[in-house]
Design a protein around this ligand. Structure first.
Ligand SMILES: C[S@@+](CC[C@H](N)C(=O)[O-])C[C@H]1O[C@@H](n2cnc3c(N)ncnc32)[C@H](O)[C@@H]1O
Length: 244
């Protein structure tokens, strides 16, 4: 199957935006796992004085996780899909949170940043050139800044790959077909199979020049299927917030 990319993917998310929150709320652990990953950033002082980026924010579930983990931080949340951003904007947010209609690829030249931390939940598997986006992330991170990706990235074991296919065939694709979004949820299935395994993505982060790369599993049925990837910008921190 050809994966959806760029404009086609944004269009598919525009259409799916009506039912996205409903479908993800059927996934046990979707929101608690996002919060676990956001908390793993270990942002100090409730995020006071920090500027955070939520890259590929969708309808705001990952933004809410960041806000819960760092309630005093300023957050910029960006997404390529206008439809999905409209859903995010319809929710109540403090003034410290703002949403921008931008692609991850456009962000580097949009005059945004630097950011004290970048959170990207379910983004990297969807981009055409993950190395280029990681290069932008590095450029956007303040010296010593923190990075977390929360991603469907399989462990590499045959059992986890088979479980993922079973869940997609048995639950995710039938549910997505009912909402008229079959192509997007088939893309989800195949994009996970095609994406880096967790050790491979960790290696990609290190090759991009990020340091202190760590991988942590999530709990529940997604163990071995979803991981948190943590890393730091390798430049010396200039403020105490960024000190290890
Ligand atoms: C699976 S959703 C996850 C949304 C959100 N982070 C969450 O955890 O619920 C992936 C999001 O990434 C966005 N996306 C995909 N490719 C993108 C790109 N190149 N630049 C910015 N956003 C992108 C999609 O529009 C979609 O909203």
């Amino acid at each position: 199957m050809t994966l959806l990319r760029d404009h086609d993917l944004a269009h598919a998310f525009d259409h799916a935006s009506r039912t996205y929150d409903g479908l993800t709320s059927l996934n046990p652990g979707y929101r608690t796992d996002l919060l676990r990953s956001a908390r793993r950033l270990r942002l100090p002082g409730g995020g006071a004085g920090l500027h955070l980026l939520d890259l590929g924010c969708g309808t705001g579930a990952s933004t809410r996780a960041l806000l819960t983990a760092a309630p005093l931080a300023r957050i910029t949340a960006v997404d390529a899909s206008a439809g999905i951003l409209r859903r995010a904007l319809a929710k109540p947010w403090p003034a410290r949170v703002r949403f921008l209609h931008l692609t991850a690829e456009e962000l580097a030249t949009a005059g945004e940043g630097p950011f004290d931390a970048v959170f990207a939940a379910y983004l990297f598997r969807n981009v055409t050139d993950p190395d280029a986006v990681l290069g932008s992330v590095r450029a956007l991170l303040a010296p010593g800044g923190r990075f977390a990706a929360h991603e469907y990235s399989l462990s590499g074991s045959r059992a986890h790959r088979a479980l993922w296919t079973a869940v997609c065939r048995g639950v995710i694709i039938p549910a997505g077909t009912l909402t008229g979004d079959r192509d997007l949820y088939r893309h989800l299935w195949h994009s996970v199979l095609a994406f880096d395994t967790a050790p491979a993505f960790a290696g990609r982060l290190a090759r991009a020049g990020l340091t202190s790369v760590r991988v942590a599993p999530v709990a529940g049925w997604q163990t071995g299927i979803v991981h948190t990837f943590l890393a730091r910008d390798g430049h010396p921190a200039t403020t105490p917030e960024h000190a290890p």
